[in-house]
Design a protein around this ligand. Structure first.
Ligand code: ZN
Ligand code: ZN
Ligand code: ZN
Length: 370
């Protein structure tokens, strides 16, 4: 899949100029992968892409990292400046920004995931107008996915759906949560992911903890099991949740599952360009609240996804930003009854010209497994 790095770099530089920002300093993170395709290790030695407003970007790397950096797309895209152990890379950042005439006048945007130690050193080297989060420049760009990015998210979602089918077909009864988690990890890789990133397997009362860490507990007949998992495929993340019943569910479990499913469908139907993120959250919450379980829906409805598992846009009360075509995010309402059970259903969706497309399509009805 082709990534249009030159266009992304140009848009980032233009966004800085438009906002009166001196430039952007990006340390190893999804931001760096997004802009120049360099998946660098986050270390105490500074690696930083400096994107000045109205000037060409420069990649600063420790001398010993040059051979690695030049073999990535960054090697073709930007000039690379190295610094030796014992040198001062922060002074180098200052010189690059000052060379454009912008360094002394505008704020500097830095990666949200930059080490505090690097930022403290930058503040010393550039005592001028101050620093702002890089997301103020980049999150807008990253949130609107290019068709090639959506295709990678779609492939990752398909592999996650396939994984759900394979693992539930093996049966869950009598297995430990950890065993099921290991099967999820293996199947994600077997069906196309480069790596598994996380797995939540919550059985019985553990399913009432949305971020339960899979453990030793053995899954028993008559329990609900929340399975929430994902991985990375060519840089892009998957994230899907289904809740299954091991053996026949009781009436309340069936009822709660039906409510969550209705909330998830209603939220999906509400997605289209121009609708604020918070409205999608409200639609899901209204269904669950009207059914009497509002207090048990204890998290936002969703999060953006792409090179990061969680990124803008967030589907949460207070996000008034209108959705735009190409945005990708989760819709994952849930109900959690402490000490008893929980239900969550999650799909990744993308905003289309006049609605939404679900990238996940594993069955959403309450599956009864062995
Ligand atoms: Zn979560
Ligand atoms: Zn999830
Ligand atoms: Zn999620």
């Amino acid at each position: 899949v082709g990534h249009d790095y030159p266009a992304r770099l140009a848009r980032a530089s233009d966004a800085c100029a438009g906002a009166g920002i001196a430039g952007l300093v990006v340390t190893p993170s999804a931001d760096l992968v997004y802009l120049v395709g360099y998946d660098a290790v986050l270390l105490e030695r500074l690696t930083a892409l400096v994107v000045p407003a109205n000037a060409d970007a420069v990649l600063i790397v420790p001398e010993l990292e040059r051979p690695r950096a030049t073999t990535t797309p960054a090697g073709e895209l930007v000039s690379i400046e190295t610094w030796p152990d014992g040198g001062d890379p922060y002074e180098l950042v200052r010189r690059i920004l000052a060379g454009t005439g912008a360094g002394e006048t505008g704020e500097v945007a830095v990666s949200d995931h930059m080490f505090a130690a690097h930022l403290l050193n930058l503040q010393r080297a550039l005592p001028g107008p101050g620093f702002i989060p890089g997301s103020t420049v980049l999150s807008d760009l990253r949130a609107r996915k290019e068709p090639g990015e959506i295709e990678l998210l779609r492939r990752a979602a398909r592999s996650a759906d396939e994984t759900f089918g394979k693992v539930t077909a093996l049966g869950l009864s009598g297995k430990r949560e950890l065993d099921v988690a290991a099967s999820l990890d293996q199947s994600l890789v077997a069906t196309g992911h480069d790596q598994a990133l996380f797995h939540i397997v919550g059985s019985g009362p553990n399913a009432a903890s949305p971020h339960h860490d899979s453990g030793d507990r053995r899954i028993q007949a008559g329990e609900m099991v929340v399975m929430d998992f994902g991985g990375r495929l060519e840089g892009y993340c998957s994230d899907v949740t289904r809740t299954v019943s091991v053996g026949e569910p009781d009436a309340e479990a069936m009822e709660v599952h039906a409510i969550v499913r209705e909330a998830q469908e209603a939220a999906f139907a509400a997605v289209r360009p121009g609708v604020p993120g918070e409205e999608v959250d409200r639609v899901a919450r209204r269904v669950i609240t009207q059914a009497g379980y509002g207090d048990a829906f204890i998290h936002r409805t969703g999060h953006g996804i792409g090179l990061d598992e969680h990124e803008d846009p967030y589907i949460v009360e207070g996000n008034e930003e209108p959705l735009e075509q190409g945005m990708c995010f989760s819709i994952e309402p849930g109900v959690y009854l402490q000490g008893r059970f929980g239900v969550r259903i999650e799909d990744i969706v993308t905003v289309t010209e006049d609605g939404a497309e679900s990238l996940n399509n594993a069955p959403r009805e309450l599956l009864v497994v062995e």
